[in-house]
Design a protein around this ligand. Structure first.
Ligand code: ADP
Ligand code: MG
Length: 290
């Protein structure tokens, strides 16, 4: 059976909406040197909102209707935001004949004999779509911290949607507290470098790994482990392999089941303040065992 100090620690954690469920949660977390945070849904609220739309071909109504149709079958928070924006504008999405989601990139849909592509600028460029009409705007928006997704049809750029996802209210004080404790803080995201750097700057995080494809997150954690013990905090399906790879995996309670199953610590309260708090509990429980 578990030592009494661990049982008490688990109880105290539970009172704060923190589920510490493995030995690593207690014995590993206090020894961590680096804490890696996923961006969307971990450092941010994970509820992006479409703030701006630009049309390069056709009408705005057609753009949002097509984009929403293509995104309707995606579970990605960006997709849900696009669908919401379309409904808010009274758009009627056309029927979709076939659909494919490419993790970390976007979606492709077959709609009335056309191929509709919605996703990151790099994804559309990879489909041979010329981004020149949008490239200056993309830079400006990404530098302002927006996530830009583009929509194209049959090789032609239709338009741009800029989305905004708020930092969690406690992100700034929590990152400051972690850094005061001497932890190296790292932002890890599939989003582009410019957006990631802006969000990291706002949160006070000094190191950024951006444009990381879902398979790449675990590899980054593995590399960071060369310098010490690593905790990874995430919420998405994408984050599960990195949570497993980390010495301590921490899942946001609002996250997907796969992330939650992979974690040593689950933040049921969904508050980042749980990160320094669980660390104090880990220290205290261990000290009492000695
Ligand atoms: P994160 O690490 O922020 O959760 P993802 O790895 O899920 O990001 O996605 C990385 C990027 O790929 C997004 O910023 C977006 O540009 C693009 N993307 C992924 N899925 C979609 C989608 N369903 N619709 C549009 N863009 C997408
Ligand atoms: Mg996420």
């Amino acid at each position: 059976s578990a030592p009494l100090s661990i049982v008490r620690g688990a109880g105290e954690a539970a009172e704060h909406g923190i589920l510490m469920r493995t030995g690593e949660a207690f014995q590993g977390y206090r020894l961590v040197d680096t804490i890696v945070l996923d961006k969307t849904g971990t450092l941010t609220e994970g509820r992006p909102v479409v703030r701006e739309i630009e049309v390069y071909s056709g009408t705005e109504a057609a753009l949002v209707a097509l984009a929403a149709a293509a995104e309707a079958f995606s579970e990605h928070p960006l997709a849900q935001a696009v669908v919401k924006a379309a409904f808010a504008r009274g758009a009627v999405p056309p029927e979709v004949a076939a659909f494919e989601a490419i993790p970390g990139k976007g979606v492709v849909a077959r709609i009335a004999d056309s191929e509709v592509v919605v996703g990151s600028p790099a994804f559309l460029a990879g489909h041979g779509i010329d981004l020149a009409p949008a490239s200056a705007r993309i830079l400006t928006l990404e530098e302002a911290g927006r996530t830009v997704i583009l929509s194209g049809r049959d090789g032609r750029l239709l338009g741009l949607l800029a989305l905004d996802d708020k930092l969690r209210a406690d992100a700034v004080p929590v990152v400051a507290a972690l850094r005061r404790e001497g932890l190296r803080t790292v932002l890890l995201t599939g989003d582009n470098e410019r957006t990631a750097c802006r969000i990291a700057g706002e949160a006070g995080i000094d190191e950024v790994h951006a444009g990381v494809l879902p398979d790449g997150k675990a590899e980054i954690v593995r590399r960071l482990q060369a310098a010490g013990k690593v905790a990874m905090v995430g919420d998405g399906i994408n984050d599960a392999p990195a949570l497993m790879q980390a010495d301590v995996g921490i899942a946001m309670g609002g996250g997907t089941d796969i992330a939650i199953e992979a974690a040593d610590i689950i933040i049921l309260s969904n508050r980042l303040a749980a990160l320094p708090l669980a660390r104090r509990i880990s220290h205290r429980s261990y000290a009492k065992m000695l």
